[in-house]
Design a protein around this ligand. Sequence first.
Ligand SMILES: Nc1ncnc2c1ncn2[C@@H]1O[C@H](COP(=O)(O)OP(=O)(O)O)[C@@H](O)[C@H]1O
Ligand SMILES: [Mg+2]
Length: 342
Amino acid sequence: MNADQARNALKQVKYPGYSRDIVSFGMVKDLRVENGRCVAAIELTSADPKVAEEIRRGAERALRALPGIATVEVSVGVKAAAPVAAPSSARLDHLRRRIAVASGKGGVGKSTVAVNLALALAKLGGRVGLLDCDIYGPSVPLMMRAAAAPEVRDEKLVPVESLGIQLMSIGFLMDPDSPVIWRGPLIAQAVRQFIFDVAWGPLDWLVVDLPPGTGDAQLSLCQTVPLTGAVMVTTPQEVALLDVRKASAMFQKVNVPILGVIENMSYFLSPSDGQRYDLFGSGGGQREADRLGVPLLAQVPIEMAVREGGDAGRPVVHAAPDSAAARAFLDAAKALEKRLTP
Ligand SMILES: Nc1ncnc2c1ncn2[C@@H]1O[C@H](COP(=O)(O)OP(=O)(O)O)[C@@H](O)[C@H]1O
Ligand SMILES: [Mg+2]
């Protein structure tokens, strides 16, 4: 019995609420096997004593089951989360432009925009990755019809490829049967891994689907992902001035410029009479853009094809490229490209 075999045994111990184990999370700091005695040191950033206790018990059970082990000593230390160091830009050379898609509230079509914007950027010839960091509802795998869990190769997660886009989602790591409440340090740790421990190809664009809102979780995400800029998604409904101020304050705090606003569910073109109906009012996107002092990048109509395509894993830019919605996404992609190409 040696330390490698013991380490293998510890791979059975999942982090509570995750499908990933403590070894792949890098939490096993020291592991020694000598004369039937196995000593393991595990380090967590969660201050939750229940998590520590569950992991300790799991680790003891896994190690005791090994043949030839008489005594097992497992210590679990809790370390304060490391401050997020400013990543050296050299390590990000392969991710040229990193764009967050954000919204003040949920349900405005943020993920729909992230997915279709990614496809539109790819259509313009860019190499594109899509990173789904929406801890409250990671929906990108479904929208992109990517069911497979990412493989690990050379200690790196390999993005799942779908419709020509490289994908990674926090949903790949979450255990749907026992949801966890995400705490700041854990999110930061997972997201850092998404940026630095994923074998992203060289990318011209990394589009990041952020969780809705402008609270602590969003702020800590923005501090973790070194972003080039952010795109705000809104509906035409009058948005509270407060939400806009909060969003701009959040991005200012982390020095991320807001690049523009995409107004989603802007209008409905009746297929029967060609009439345009402003179902949710009008002008919200332009007003928000004006308040932020940024351009309105696109107005995306409400289309059956958008909703159906989203549910069926056939995003509209891919499945109905001539639709008004697809063209709006393409316009937004062109505007972004223009803005961010020196
Ligand atoms: N332009 C649109 N036309 C029709 N349905 C849309 C449009 N944009 C989003 N939807 C639908 O609205 C719902 C919410 O969109 P989603 O992108 O999941 O929002 P969020 O990520 O902001 O919570 C989904 O069912 C989606 O298919
Ligand atoms: Mg979403």
